[in-house]
Ligand binder design. Structure first.
Ligand code: SF4
Length: 240
């Protein structure tokens, strides 16, 4: 986590922006939370790995995340668990366990999102992705209102993919311009010049001109054409 994060938060909130922080929670201690709150941060999303920790390192990570969520609750900073769901998690009780953990720790809620073919999961098989039965099951777990499924929240608002609809763009910590942070391709370095020109270049790229009913990254045609040729272990995003 950047040492000057609270200064960045202060600069953004001073301009009227509503700010969420997404973090793995490991560096979110009481002092840091106090500074972020004073800087005007609105809420925090802390990544929560589903399932029991598999080794000592994972157990230490889990303990640190739990401390961070409790500390946010104590200081009154709304903190949500952010949970990436694979198909197997829907049926083996992992999601219910995450909801129970969130409540026990004092988290304000739980954001569920479907695993995307991205990062470590770039070349995963279709068996990890959520289909209609998994989404229906997650919806039933969201009925209490404590958790929500991000794709559904977008659809309920009558919106499809925010990236292809050009409602969001993503700039990586290295300045790489991407439609969203899951996207394995980059379309220029915003530090190198004109942001408007980089955006024009990205939005007119043939890869972004097709339309998909849902997430392009989950669409078999898109994956076969664009994702499958990417070499495993390649540094991403690949600049195009
Ligand atoms: S391509 Fe669209 S739907 Fe898919 S992960 Fe990115 S923003 Fe979400």
């Amino acid at each position: 986590m950047r040492r000057d994060l609270d200064e960045l938060v202060r600069a953004a909130t001073a301009r009227g922006l509503f700010l969420h922080l997404s973090t793995n929670g490991l560096a979110l201690d009481e002092a840091r939370i106090e500074r972020l709150l004073a800087a005007g941060l609105n809420s925090v999303f802390v990544a929560w790995e589903l399932g029991a920790p598999k080794d000592a390192q994972a157990a230490r990570r889990r303990a640190a995340v739990e401390r961070a969520v409790r500390a946010c609750a104590r200081q009154g900073l709304p903190c949500f668990l952010s949970v990436c769901v694979r198909r197997e998690n829907v049926w083996n009780g992992d999601v219910e366990a995450a909801l129970a953990a969130g409540r026990a720790l004092g988290a304000a809620g739980v954001r569920l999102f479907a695993v995307r073919p991205s990062g470590a999961w770039l070349h995963q098989g279709d068996e990890a992705l959520l289909d209609a039965p998994e989404r229906a099951r997650l919806r039933s777990l969201c009925r209490s209102g404590y958790a929500w499924l991000t794709d559904d929240a977008e659809k309920a608002a009558g919106r499809s993919c925010a990236a292809f609809a050009r409602r969001i763009v993503y700039v990586s910590p290295y300045g790489e311009l991407q439609p969203c942070h899951f996207f394995p391709f980059g379309f220029g370095d915003v530090r190198a010049g004109d942001l408007d020109a980089a955006l024009d270049r990205m939005w007119s790229h043939p890869m972004l001109l097709d339309r998909y009913p849902d997430c392009a990254l989950e669409h078999r045609g898109f994956r076969a054409e664009h994702v499958a040729p990417l070499a495993g272990g390649a540094r991403l995003p690949l600049m195009v």
